[in-house]
Ligand binder design. Sequence first.
Ligand SMILES: Cc1cc2nc3c(=O)[nH]c(=O)nc-3n(C[C@H](O)[C@H](O)[C@H](O)COP(=O)(O)O)c2cc1C
Length: 246
Amino acid sequence: MRPLPLAAAGGSRLDPVRELSAENLARRETRSPATVSTHRNTAAIMRDMQNAPFDQIRFREALGRFPTGVAVVTACAADGEPIGMTINSFSSVSLDPPLVLFSIARRAKSFAAWQAVSHYAVNVLAEDQEALSNRFAKAGPDRFADLAVEAGPHGLPLFRGALAVLVCEAHARYDGGDHEIFLGRVTALSTAEPAGGAPLVFFSGRYRRLAASGQAHVAPGDSLSPRGIRRSAADGESGGSAPATS
Ligand SMILES: Cc1cc2nc3c(=O)[nH]c(=O)nc-3n(C[C@H](O)[C@H](O)[C@H](O)COP(=O)(O)O)c2cc1C
């Protein structure tokens, strides 16, 4: 049986994995009891990959196994009307310069409007903002009707009660297949107090809540910096920053 091309050729540390097949995995299981459970597991993964052709539904299911937060991006369209869309493709990119990204489906009704805006705000939703998420994910006459929003920099609509608001300058856009990737440079931000506010979570196609909602996990001896970045006692004066990416 031919090995699956799991890693690109070129002698990486993953090379041994490329030699794995369901057959020789079974042979290896007899060698070292300590590795049996891992190899059984790997063999099951290999079988799954070999038996199933690429399938859109399974792809979506697999992506859904990655839990995310939920945000609503807001902006002012060229005609001055507010636009907003629920996203969970948000990701941090760079601390210096401060960059974030999200992707928007080309088929979205507001896609062209998003391509034209110079600034946008990312409103990170709290766990009690599920209704807001639904409102900005469904077609409707006016998503902003009867909604209490603050006017932020550049006239951007900002949500009250959001865990964090990141005001961004449109920095770049990249092809992302049936989506386009929007890279924003953060020019202003606000975080809700207290720092332990609980997020709205999206996982496996459903909204979720963190089990230990409202509680920041701060180990004894650690402290929260004024910007909410955890500093460990072991980090001393100079150390202790949150990772750039999740
Ligand atoms: C939790 C959640 C996350 C979503 N994430 C995205 C996303 O990252 N990008 C995207 O294009 N659509 C995303 N959507 C779908 C859009 O919010 C939805 O299609 C919206 O109606 C598009 O607005 P428009 O067609 O009026 O422009 C998400 C929906 C939900 C419920």
